[in-house]
Design a protein around this ligand. Sequence first.
Ligand SMILES: Cc1cc2nc3c(=O)[nH]c(=O)nc-3n(C[C@H](O)[C@H](O)[C@H](O)COP(=O)(O)OP(=O)(O)OC[C@H]3O[C@@H](n4cnc5c(N)ncnc54)[C@H](O)[C@@H]3O)c2cc1C
Length: 341
Amino acid sequence: MNESRVVILGGGMVAGYAAKQLVELGLKPGELAILSADTAIPYERPPLSKGFLAGKETEEAIRINPEDFYRKRGIDVKLGCVVSAVDPLRKRLTLKSGGEFGFNKLIVATGARPRTLEIPGAQLRNLHYLRSLDDSKAIQRSAENVKRAVVIGGGFIGMEVAAVLSHKGIEVTMILSDDRIWKRLFSPQMSSFFEWYYMSRGVRFAKNATVSELRGAETVSSVVLANGQAIACDMVIAGIGVRPAMEMLSNSRIDIGDGVMVNEYLETGSPDIWAAGDVANYEDVLFGKRRRVEHWDNILGRFIRRGPSRAPRRSCQQELQCVVAASETAGGRLHHESSRR
Ligand SMILES: Cc1cc2nc3c(=O)[nH]c(=O)nc-3n(C[C@H](O)[C@H](O)[C@H](O)COP(=O)(O)OP(=O)(O)OC[C@H]3O[C@@H](n4cnc5c(N)ncnc54)[C@H](O)[C@@H]3O)c2cc1C
């Protein structure tokens, strides 16, 4: 059985920045393994709907650490490695490919997965979701030879993809379930500014609309709305939200709900197991409530310190010092105070 003192489950943004920080804090070769379902070493996801999708940034440019960083530091990165179960008592991960992987300290950083359409035609080619590098590349390829695209969803993914496709000269229709764009976040004034801006560049909107069906032979040729309207298109991108990726924890007795339930120090109730990033539902002492935030700044900057000052913590990197401190402490508890400076 393979094993490592510290294991990061997930090879996304948390993993990339955690590895960097752990190295700065004196990680020794052979002490860290990253088990990732992804096909690429940790990269920044924001460019996938912006510069990378537009062809302005390369794969190399969006890597969090250079390719040889992991090899040189003796970090074992296992790509295409899906973890199907976590056993906190035996400190073992079950791999989908067979076998187990042992850990002493575990950081669960499995992020989130796109919500998918559950409607007739959802199996047709040219329907895309966007979470990974491979998804972004697939959208780029599809966009090479199309004239019309439908973007389902008016949140940040929908808005950014619509902007990039429109820049490529593709006629874009955005389908919004609300009466205005990004209603959840924008004021009415902001929505109307962005709608005006997008329309002035040729983007059309279908508002208060529900998609009931995708039609086509092998690829999507039209999107049908609940009111019967059919919008002809050559490709569809659905940006309709995400769900925390945590099915591997379902029989682990680790507390899950809308994300992995952790305290303000990202500790789960199981000793030596933390959760961070999009999957973590954390106790936010500043706002006095639980939150799960899908934002890169959540990884780098949202961590806050307990105690009288309640000053915002500077970064996730400080938080990750806790993990290191814990792994070097006989009792395995965190040295919060010393790692906060
Ligand atoms: C297109 C796009 C644009 C974005 N733009 C912005 C932006 O402009 N600003 C912003 O703040 N945020 C943005 N975000 C959100 C930001 O990227 C996330 O907050 C961030 O990636 C979360 O990092 P994470 O490590 O928690 O999860 P992720 O980066 O998603 O990494 C999760 C990792 O876990 C792996 N994994 C999942 N399940 C398993 C399993 N069972 N076994 C093994 N590995 C597994 C995945 O393969 C992946 O490697 C964007 C996201 C996307 C997709």
